[in-house]
Design a protein around this ligand. Structure first.
Ligand SMILES: NC(=O)c1ccc[n+]([C@@H]2O[C@H](COP(=O)([O-])OP(=O)(O)OC[C@H]3O[C@@H](n4cnc5c(N)ncnc54)[C@H](O)[C@@H]3O)[C@@H](O)[C@H]2O)c1
Length: 429
């Protein structure tokens, strides 16, 4: 079986390597010279994704920059980006360009698999594009399936085999063809039509985005009342079966931050999601204002920001809310802002006047007056004592994730003492 994976990014590259591991002959296609160089020449993953280093080093995957090299493949899996434009509109230009290129050589018997996240009716648009650019009829001459990717970054190696595979098709030949492809991975096939597959994927992400939005709203409402959100969540969930989901914190990343837009763009009933977007997006500024309200001005202060990637223990900065936090902090004209993230290098950091970067947490903590924890990396949980030690010399920690385990969104000497006496009373009771 010859497979072309078009767009070997965070989704396409692990998939390509897993398919090779399962016996397929795979050709990657990507416009990025950096990605091609990493795989073809250096034989290394261009980003962190556990479990793939050996496969990348094996040299079994080649990535070409010319899609025509893939013309004789049985399958074309489309894994290019589907970002939102600046306003509420999905950018389908990457998908359109790839499909138009495939149409230049598409031959009877070949199958196109749409794996990028798309709004309902996008696969129908792709079918109509194919039929308008070729003499082929989808379902008769060539085949088309919508098989969205549902893995989470960091777990691709296991989840590509474990998660059932949604296979959206409108005819049985396309369904069978797509099922043969994913049988290689051993994924259980779940058949449906195009729009159902698109909606399944979208709502997997949108529901996560929404429940983080609810928890973030709870947190901001609670903090306005001088109530600790983590205490509300803990009490609400203790021995209660219908639990609140998630923890407060920066909710973003390339998928969650955009996928709701595909619904808000197309359906009036999706409009409520824009309000959830506003809630999640307002958290960085809210935390800057919270620090000011509780501790006074940030002007002239030395600030450390711990974490910059959009999610815990990842090296992916796309659509992270940390740069937004830093932009708001810089408006307060502090003496310095030092950002630290041991998963990243300085090249990942968006330039901002006066901003310094260090991968070393200790360097960032040294002399900081305020410490904002932007990402809940495991390192900060493991080394919370070091962070808390800064409080004893007068630093203030803004810890919406509760990485320090104090049940406090802001930590200072007073709140530390209160927490200690609360724990003592609890132990005594
Ligand atoms: N990242 C995730 O965890 C995740 C999970 C599930 C679904 N998705 C969805 O999968 C899709 C891809 O996401 P991603 O995170 O892998 O994006 P990405 O930006 O990491 O990868 C896309 C790749 O496509 C390449 N590309 C763009 N145009 C091309 C073209 N014309 N020909 C060949 N290559 C081209 C880019 O160079 C890039 O390497 C998106 O629709 C996304 O929403 C992502």
């Amino acid at each position: 079986m010859k497979v072309a994976v078009i767009g070997t990014g965070r989704v396409g590259l692990p998939l390509a390597l897993s398919l090779i591991d399962c016996g397929a002959q795979v050709l990657g296609v990507d416009l990025s010279e950096q990605t091609r160089h990493a795989i073809n020449v250096e034989r290394r993953m261009p980003f962190d994704e556990p479990g793939y280093d050996e496969l990348a080093a094996s040299g079994k995957l080649h990535i070409t920059g010319n899609i025509r090299d893939a013309a004789d493949c049985d399958y074309f899996i489309v894994t290019v980006g589907t970002p939102l434009r600046a306003h509420i509109e999905t950018d389908l230009s990457f998908v359109t360009k790839v499909i138009e290129s495939i149409c230049e050589f598409l031959a009877p018997g070949q199958t196109i698999v749409m794996r990028s996240t798309t709004a309902p009716k996008t696969t129908a648009f792709v079918a109509s594009l194919i039929e308008s650019r070729t003499f082929h009829k989808v379902g008769r001459d060539v085949f088309l399936a919508c098989c969205p990717e549902r893995i989470v970054e960091g777990k691709a190696r296991e989840e590509l085999h474990q998660l059932p595979q949604i296979i959206g098709t409108e005819d049985s030949a396309s369904a069978q063809s797509a099922e043969r492809l994913f049988a290689l991975l051993g994924a259980e096939p779940l058949h449906c039509n195009w729009a159902t597959a698109e909606l399944v994927k979208l709502f997997c992400n949108v529901s996560r985005y929404a429940y983080f939005g609810v928890i973030n709203a709870l947190s901001m409402i609670a903090l306005d009342q001088n109530v600790e959100p983590h205490e509300v969540i803990e009490l609400a969930n203790r021995d209660y079966p219908r639990k609140l989901h998630g923890k407060p914190g920066f909710t973003a990343g390339t998928c969650l931050r955009k996928d709701f837009g595909m619904l808000a763009e197309n359906y009036w009933s999706g409009g409520f999601l824009t309000e959830i977007w506003r809630i999640n997006e307002s958290l960085p500024k809210y935390l800057v204002d919270l620090a000011k309200n509780r501790y006074g001005t940030l002007n002239g202060k030395r600030i450390a920001v711990l974490g910059y990637s959009f999610k815990r223990d990842a090296d992916d900065v796309r659509d992270s809310l940390a740069p937004k936090l830093i932009r708001y902090l810089s408006r307060e004209t502090p003496a310095s802002i030092v950002v630290s993230d041991h998963h990243l290098s300085v090249n990942h950091i968006e330039p901002c006047p006066g901003l310094q970067f260090t991968p070393d947490m200790d360097t960032a903590l040294r002399n900081a007056d305020f410490i904002f924890i932007a990402t809940n990396h495991t390192l900060y949980i493991d080394q919370r004592d070091k962070i808390l030690a800064t409080v004893n010399r007068g630093a203030r920690v803004i810890d919406i994730w509760d990485t320090c385990g104090q049940n406090r969104a802001t930590i200072d000497t007073e709140s530390l003492a209160r927490q200690k006496s609360f724990q003592l009373r609890r132990t005594a009771a």
